[in-house]
Design a protein around this ligand. Structure first.
Ligand code: IPE
Ligand code: IPE
Ligand code: MG
Length: 244
């Protein structure tokens, strides 16, 4: 039995900007710039395909380790994309959410994030999640801190900690878990993306470098997903009975 429904939530590690530039003897920054075009294409296609949630990993907790000039460039690019694209997102009825440790960003970027979220908050189309200074381990750690406060203040007993209670405190608590994960550029790792939420996500890897990713490549990934049987621990025959 295959799965005929579309993914509700697609999560993407947009990887390969640097290699795309290197192949063309260009600075890495131009690879990141070209990556923004791919972001635009993929958002548009996801809206067309009626995807409910699209999550894009823009900057990981570990990306601070990169040379400061590249880190600064990435934040400038994020700010300019927010300034330029928010109205277009709004016109597409997209709701923007930024998740991650934003407290480390400067005031100007934080304000633009708040404004963009506020402008699009009531939109009813796709939710676009930008994971910026995000790490799956950070996310789980924050959830545990909140539970620890509940225990300290005697609102919760330690034996009442359940997977559901942990999940309820994660950054994506109100969104469905990703159904389909895509990573470009040939790397086959999770790199500290949504560790908890991806427990049952279908994983799709492609050699295409992120700046070359487009609507057709997204469709290929969705086709891959549609062909998978998701068992969630059951055996195939049980699923056939329940869908008969
Ligand atoms: C992804 O491309 C963009 C970010 C991590 C911000 P990379 O910059 O990782 O590109 P490669 O992996 O060096 O090719
Ligand atoms: C993961 O890509 C993070 C983002 C795309 C934002 P990296 O290129 O930083 O991952 P590693 O270091 O190769 O695992
Ligand atoms: Mg990379």
């Amino acid at each position: 039995m295959t799965n005929y429904s579309l993914p509700r939530h697609i999560a993407i590690i947009m990887d390969g900007n640097g290699r795309w530039a290197k192949k063309r003897f260009l600075p890495r920054t131009l690879g990141h710039q070209a990556g923004v075009e791919a972001v635009r294409r993929v958002i548009r296609r996801s809206v067309e395909r009626k995807i409910e949630v699209l999550s894009l990993f823009a900057f990981s907790s570990e990306n601070w380790r990169r040379p400061p000039t590249e880190v600064n460039f990435l934040f400038e690019l994020f700010l300019s994309a927010l300034k330029r694209e928010t109205v277009k997102l709004h016109e597409q009825n997209v709701r923007l959410r930024v998740i991650g440790e934003v407290s480390r960003f400067d005031d100007k970027l934080r304000q633009h994030i708040l404004d963009a979220q506020a402008m699009t908050a009531k939109n009813t189309g796709m939710t676009l999640v930008i994971a910026a200074n995000y790490g799956g381990q950070w996310d789980i750690c924050e959830a545990i801190k909140k539970l620890a406060v509940d225990i300290e203040q005697q609102r919760l007993a330690s034996h009442d900690i359940t997977p559901e209670r942990i999940a309820a405190h994660l950054a994506f608590a109100d969104l469905p878990n990703p159904d389909l994960f895509i990573r470009t550029s040939g790397e086959q790792r999770i790199s500290n993306f949504m560790l908890w939420q991806m427990a049952y996500t279908e994983l799709y890897f492609t050699d295409v470098l992120w700046p070359d990713f487009n609507a057709e490549e997204l469709d290929k990934a969705i086709d891959f997903f549609v062909g998978r049987e998701r068992r969630f621990g059951y055996i195939s025959e049980q699923l056939q009975v329940s869908h008969a």
